[in-house]
Ligand binder design. Structure first.
Ligand SMILES: Nc1ncnc2c1ncn2[C@@H]1O[C@H](COP(=O)(O)OP(=O)(O)OP(=O)(O)O)[C@@H](O)[C@H]1O
Ligand SMILES: [Mg+2]
Length: 459
């Protein structure tokens, strides 16, 4: 633009000179006095120069400024503006260019914000994301994907997917999507150093306006936890069925034998009936425990929070405890402080009953069981200590799992199903308390339950 104006200026100067020469030639015969002729020519020259100066000030200088600004805008600097007051038509042009620059900078800012938002979403997504073009080159990978495979984003970008994605199953899913042009869903398992991991992959094709495949977007979710829950549920059903099968088979076997004629012998009949009675009690016990457990495992277990007098509660249960201890010649020691706290009374009874039953069941005859109820800081402490068989260190973390028994046969003999401590743990958690266990094989075990004096939900 500047050059354009300079060209025009040059032509203007040539015209001025030509006009001066022509005027000189025309006026020469009429004006004899050369001084007057020179003065007239100088006057004409001065007038032209004034016009020229005016043009430079009004058009050329502002246009130069505008040109510079436009150049800067073209280079991507959308903050560039024409400065200074410019009048007339060129001034209007300058204002319009400034307006255009403002629009451009607003649009760029919006685009920048949007692209930042998008990359924040992609980067912070809990799913792994990969974008592969139609030639198989990876264009985008988020951090989550890279971290799933212990790599970094730069290890993927710009590479062919089959060179950098090590998992064969994942490669097959991508290939299938390329071939079929359809969305493919798959579950991928990976054995790393730690426990097995499960991922769900969804590979979706991307098409352009002409319906041509332009690439693939791969989304990967870690579904290990979901799988674990599913496995736990399957295990649970299998365990329940197994636990029920044993007593049901036994009842059926003895009932059949009785029907086949064994009932005629009174002694055999009584013995068999006793077994049937014991096994049916076992089934009842299992069903009751399962019901308690399922109620406790609800997101919000139903709790009736009242003021509980721990000492009164134990006094109520003492006759039963004494009888059970005497049956096994177990010495029972009790320290029952006056402790008042907020809790669900029936559930606290359940804790006491389950811990005491375990202590008696897993303590040989002539052993000792001590129950201590006292206040420790902001907690009511229920402690049950025995001099029984104890629990191996390796088994300790597992005893609160459903159906877990250190010695299955021994526990079954006492009618145990392995649900007692799982119930205790759930009750303690529902009260936001904590349970601790210390144990030594052949020396004994101590279970300590701490329940907050004030229940978080209040009364
Ligand atoms: N005081 C204890 N001394 C030794 N082992 C114990 C004691 N308490 C629990 N255990 C071990 O922990 C396991 C789990 O206990 P839990 O009370 O959950 O089940 P259980 O007693 O076998 O059956 P139940 O459902 O009838 O209580 C027991 O099978 C036993 O091996
Ligand atoms: Mg038990």
């Amino acid at each position: 633009m500047q050059l354009y104006f300079l060209g025009r200026m040059f032509r203007f100067s040539l015209i001025v000179i030509a006009i001066l020469i022509a005027a000189g030639i025309i006026l020469f015969p009429y004006i004899e006095n050369i001084a007057i002729l020179m003065a007239a020519l100088f006057f004409v020259y001065f007038a032209f120069m004034l016009v020229l100066y005016y043009m430079i000030e009004i058009y050329i200088k502002p246009m130069t400024k505008i040109t510079k600004t436009v150049d800067q805008l073209l280079e991507g600097n959308y903050h560039a503006r024409t400065q200074g007051v410019i009048k007339g038509k060129v001034g209007e042009l300058s204002d319009k260019i400034n307006q255009l620059a403002r629009h451009l900078s607003e649009i760029t800012l919006q685009e920048q914000i949007q692209s930042e938002q998008l990359s924040t979403v992609i980067e912070n997504s809990e799913s792994g994301l990969v974008l592969i073009d139609e030639k198989g080159y990876i264009h985008l990978v988020n951090r989550k994907f890279a971290s799933m495979f212990g790599k970094e984003v730069k290890d993927y970008i710009g590479y062919l997917y089959y060179d950098v994605i090590d998992n064969e199953q994942m490669q097959t899913t991508v290939q299938e999507t390329f071939l079929s042009g359809q969305r493919v869903k798959d579950v991928v398992t990976m054995d790393g150093d730690g426990p097995k991991k499960y991922y769900e992959i969804i590979a979706a094709p991307i098409f352009n306006e002409l319906n041509m495949l332009k690439g693939i977007v791969l989304v990967i979710y870690d579904i290990t936890e979901l799988k674990q829950v599913e496995t736990m549920r399957k295990d649970f059903v299998a365990n329940v069925s197994h636990e029920l099968k044993t007593p049901v088979t036994s009842i059926r076997g003895f009932a059949e034998t009785l029907l086949d004629g064994a009932h005629e012998d009174v002694e055999t009949r009584n013995h068999f009936l006793e077994i049937i009675f014991k096994e049916s009690k076992r089934i009842q016990h299992l069903i009751e425990d399962l019901l308690i457990l399922s109620k406790m495992e609800k997101d919000e277990p139903q709790m009736v929070i009242t003021e509980v007098h721990l000492d009164h509660l134990l006094e109520e249960m003492m006759p039963m405890f004494k009888q059970r201890a005497e049956e096994k010649h177990i010495q029972l020691e009790v320290r029952n402080d006056k402790v008042v706290f907020e809790a669900d009374e029936d559930k606290v009874k359940q804790i006491l009953l389950n811990l005491f039953t375990n202590a008696v069941n897993y303590t040989p005859e002539n052993g000792k069981v001590a129950i201590t109820l006292k206040q420790v800081d902001e907690f009511a402490l229920i402690e049950v200590k025995d001099t029984g068989i104890g629990i191996e260190k390796e088994a300790l973390p597992r005893i609160f799992e459903r159906f877990y028994r250190v010695d299955k046969d021994r526990s079954r003999m006492t009618g145990g199903t392995g649900l007692g401590l799982a119930i205790v743990k759930h009750i303690v958690e529902a009260h936001q308390g904590k349970i601790e266990v210390a144990s030594e094989v052949n020396k004994g075990s101590t279970f300590s339950v701490y329940l907050p004096l004030k229940h978080p939900s209040g009364t």
